[in-house]
Write a protein that binds this ligand. Structure first.
Ligand code: ADP
Length: 341
């Protein structure tokens, strides 16, 4: 079970991109924390600022055009935004490491898997090459790569997509990081392989006693693996809570929309898949008021006048919606969702 110790605290993070078309407010006031041994899901449609949030944590925002313009990112109390280059190098891949959607973009095609794994280990650990090789074998075994001695000398293109992602996971856990950030780690994989990779990450989290931030557009993944979830829309968190609470009583119309648009085995098909009308807005020159209101069936006049703050609707459950309390009071359970067309 997750403990209450906060290992990471993100406070009012703002990351903007200064483009020829204007300022893209990709992340605009994101706050959340991650506890030890916790899995936190970050959910939202494409373009909602999930990846930019993750890249900001590792200070991997391309500058220019990007810039972290405000906020704090505290790792065990130390502000990552104040770290110098040397501190950052020690920190990345060592204390926090990241798994990306497409392993091919992270693995170097001209080096063997073994070489890259050893390099990842030797970058942070003062051990001999022989020891790093032994450790690489252990890691490949942990992530379920068969025929390790031969595979160690293979190149990335000789691996399947699922196997490459396993190697990426091995690299990510090579230095026993405290936090693993997985950005859509299974989106590029076949459905059957997706489940295996998610299970693997879950098992390894238990073994290595780390925390995970999993970024996904898939609420099913969140329901199965996350302890808490932050729902993002247009660069802002719109709902944040323990997973059970959000699934039982979603208190933001966007979350409700996301839930209606996923397949549920316990419902008749005709009631199940209902996409959210419209599309996410451009993040340049966002209008005053709630950004979701133009797609929202619960919108009232107030929604166009000011942006609703993220407020607590029940202990630990936050929503940025003027009607959050009504939504909270109105739902007995998800039957409400079934009756909506
Ligand atoms: P998500 O991960 O939720 O799909 P992202 O965090 O990748 O969304 O992107 C959020 C917004 O930031 C998008 O509008 C995207 O176009 C913008 N963005 C990301 N990277 C850049 C960049 N290098 N230059 C300009 N805009 C960017």
């Amino acid at each position: 079970m997750p403990q209450n110790n906060k290992i990471l605290e993100v406070k009012n993070l703002k990351t903007y991109f200064y483009t020829d078309d204007g300022i893209v407010k990709a992340v605009d006031g994101v706050s959340f924390d991650l506890k030890e041994l916790e899995t936190l899901g970050i959910v939202g449609e494409t373009g909602s600022g999930k990846s930019v949030t993750a890249l900001s944590i590792l200070r991997l925002i391309p500058q220019p055009p990007g810039k972290i313009v405000d906020g704090e990112i505290l790792f065990k109390g130390q502000n990552i935004l104040d770290m110098n280059i040397k501190e950052l190098q020690d920190f990345r891949g060592n204390r926090i490491s990241m798994i990306f959607q497409d392993p091919m973009t992270s693995l170097n095609p001209v080096f063997t898997i073994g070489n890259q794994l050893m390099e990842a280990i030797l970058a942070h650990q003062t051990i001999t090459k022989k020891q790093a090789r032994e450790k690489s074998f252990q890691l490949l075994e942990m992530v379920g790569i068969p025929d390790i001695k031969r595979r160690f000398n293979s190149y990335p293109h000789e691996f399947s997509g699922g196997m490459r992602q396993r190697v990426m996971i091995a690299m990510a856990i090579a230095n026993n990081p405290d936090i693993l950030i997985a950005d859509e780690p299974t989106t590029a994989l076949d459905v059957t392989i997706q489940a295996q990779i998610l299970e693997l990450m879950h098992e390894l989290k238990e073994k290595t006693k780390s925390s995970i931030i999993i970024i996904t557009h898939d609420l099913g993944v969140v329901a199965k693996y996350a302890n808490r979830v932050m729902v993002m829309y247009a660069g802002k968190p719109v709902e944040f809570s323990e997973v059970d609470k959000i699934f039982y009583k979603p208190c933001h119309p966007y979350t409700i929309g996301l839930m209606r648009s996923i397949t549920r085995l316990d419902q008749e098909r005709k009631n199940v898949l209902k996409p959210i009308e419209g599309s996410p807005p451009s993040l340049i020159d966002l209008p005053i008021g709630c950004i979701f209101r133009v797609r929202c069936e619960f919108a009232v006049k107030q929604c166009s006048l000011s942006y609703p703050e993220l407020l607590e609707v029940s202990p630990g459950h936050y929503s940025a919606c003027f009607r959050a309390n009504e939504l909270f009071a109105g739902f007995k359970n998800l039957d409400f969702l079934k009756t909506k067309k």
